[in-house]
Write a protein that binds this ligand. Structure first.
Ligand SMILES: [Zn+2]
Length: 537
């Protein structure tokens, strides 16, 4: 019927009809879904900023040009602001919180669009159930994982101090392979922690080699970040060398006042390794305090062997308890205690939430004791007996922090988590890491340039884990974008009042969708589970 009608129409009328039919869908579908105009583009690779427009179609950066006038469903005026790739956080413990707060506000509000889990040797084994539940939950940032050496050893051997048998090593290697096949980006270790600390270097290298053969990297919370820092950096380099894979010192820092300054030598070790062809890199968070459990930080490894029951048994044996207290006092003086019980702050105590935020010296006083180092050590052991707390340890040198930050092989990683807003007294790094680098270390202290900071937060971590389509503002890349005011961006979270979001980020776009703007998270949950190089999806 329609064809006959067309035949009956004069040619000119037919052409007009066709052009109307074509014009209508064209008017309904502009060339781009989003154009960001007038921004200062910082591409993530370290190049100086330039002025231009960025156009997004679907989940992809479709065009970047000095000026894009084509019609767009939406435009954002970024005049006076920086347009950069969304930040990639290579070290997070986001499984603490991602299910309760799938929007990950603390990260996204800083411009973070990808978070990596499973560092410090700690991940679920296998990783697939967590990846599946994150995918099912619909989260805001992209989410990727490492597989943890400590968790694997715990599963195969337990938290005990002994060598693995050849059969156990085979089993552990099989679990590394399984992790890589399920989407891990590499193997993490936490050789400071139980049971990682009981692992000989050669065993770690064997597992690392398995991950490396499948395209993964090795990333390590080292055995000792205090007095043994240089040997630990050497070990991390050796594992990369023997394992034949890229190796990374994670959250590099120098703990303990008498060790401050040693980053001069630790960085030299990294430089020398790189010069002879070892692909060794670093990540770091911009704070002079660390955070982990009180027991891991303040008790020696031998006191922690065998799990909770074994620990309680030791504490109930007077001779062992006094031995442990002596060691803990030494650690307060020389290592994570920063030489003063009040440099130890409690972050979260499930058995007594009122202790969150308090200093160890004050808690000691609260127990009717003089806040001496010995009494503080006794209080620390009392805390472990009661059920433990997480803590914050003010014992990192600022000069070392800045020296490490300036190093070209250093990228940024928060080591944070996804806090429940207002709950407990967590380390402010979860809320502030990226904004703090841009506000304090770029704008105020001028330790590094803005472009260098963005490189350390975007292209560098992306390249490190092999994310070829993120971390750079370039046509064809995924549209993960942060728009921020370089004059205003700053962290507000402090050790006293950690629950404060960063300021100065205007919009955050994840996979082409606006996830944060006007100070609020949007309803979009565009995050994806990212799979590593050996995954069979
Ligand atoms: Zn760590």
């Amino acid at each position: 019927m329609r064809i006959r009608l067309a035949f009956l129409l004069p040619c000119g009328a037919l052409a007009a009809l066709i052009s109307v039919l074509i014009a209508i869908p064209e008017a309904q579908a502009p060339a781009f879904d989003l154009v960001i105009r007038n921004g200062r583009i910082v591409d993530g690779m370290g190049s100086p900023w330039y002025r231009g427009d960025v156009a997004v179609r679907g989940d992809t950066i479709a065009r970047i040009a000095p000026r894009i006038d084509a019609p767009a469903a939406r435009t954002i005026d970024a005049a006076g602001k920086v347009v950069s790739p969304g930040f990639i956080d290579i070290h997070t413990h986001a499984r603490r919180g991602i299910m309760q707060v799938p929007t990950a506000d603390n990260y996204v509000r800083q411009g973070v669009t990808t978070i990596m889990e499973g560092p410090d040797g700690s991940s679920p084994v296998p990783i697939k159930p967590l990846l599946d539940s994150v995918a099912a939950k619909r989260v805001t940032p992209n989410f990727g994982m490492f597989i943890g050496q400590g968790s694997i050893r715990d599963q195969v051997i337990g938290p005990v101090n002994r060598k693995a048998t050849p059969h156990e090593i085979e089993k552990m290697i099989a679990l590394v392979r399984q992790g890589m096949e399920q989407g891990a980006f590499g193997l993490s270790s936490g050789l400071f922690y139980v049971p990682g600390t009981f692992t000989p270097t050669a065993e770690v290298a064997e597992l690392a080699r398995a991950a490396g053969r499948m395209g993964g990297i090795y990333i390590s919370h080292m055995r000792d970040e205090a007095g043994g820092i240089l040997d630990s950096v050497r070990e991390t380099i050796e594992i990369g060398e023997k394992g034949g894979l890229p190796t990374q010192v994670t959250h590099h820092k120098i703990i303990g006042t008498k060790n401050w300054g040693r980053s001069v030598d630790s960085l030299k070790l990294v430089d020398e390794a790189r010069a002879r062809g070892v692909d060794a890199t670093i990540d770091q968070y911009p704070y002079t305090a660390s955070s982990t459990s009180i027991q891991a930080a303040l008790m020696p490894a031998w006191g922690l062997e065998g799990g909770r029951e074994a620990i309680l048994k030791r504490l109930a044996t007077p001779s062992m308890r006094s031995e442990l207290q002596k060691e803990t006092a030494r650690i307060i003086l020389e290592e994570r205690g920063g030489g003063d019980p009040n440099n130890v702050q409690l972050a979260r105590c499930d058995w007594d939430p009122s202790l969150a935020g308090k200093r160890l010296g004050d808690v000691t006083k609260g127990r009717g004791l003089e806040p001496t180092v010995d009494n503080a050590a006794a209080t620390a052991l009392w805390i472990v007996e009661k059920g433990g707390c997480s803590g914050i340890f003010h014992a990192i040198g600022e000069d070392d922090l800045q020296r490490i930050l300036r190093h070209p092989a250093t990228m940024i990683g928060s080591d944070g988590e996804i806090p429940i807003f207002g709950d407990a007294s967590p380390h402010p790094r979860s809320y502030g890491t990226f904004a703090r680098v841009l506000g304090r270390y770029v704008r105020e202290l001028k330790v590094i340039s803005l472009e260098e900071a963005v490189r350390k937060m975007a292209a560098f971590p992306a390249q490190r884990i092999g994310l070829a389509d993120r971390g750079v503002l370039r046509e064809g890349m995924k549209a993960d974008i942060a728009i921020f005011d370089p004059a205003a961006v700053r962290d507000l979270a402090t050790f006293e009042r950690p629950h404060q979001y960063a300021e100065g980020v205007a919009q955050v776009i994840v996979n082409g969708q606006v996830a944060f703007e006007d100070g609020k998270m949007t309803v979009a949950r565009p995050g994806r589970v990212l799979l590593g190089p050996a995954a069979h999806p």
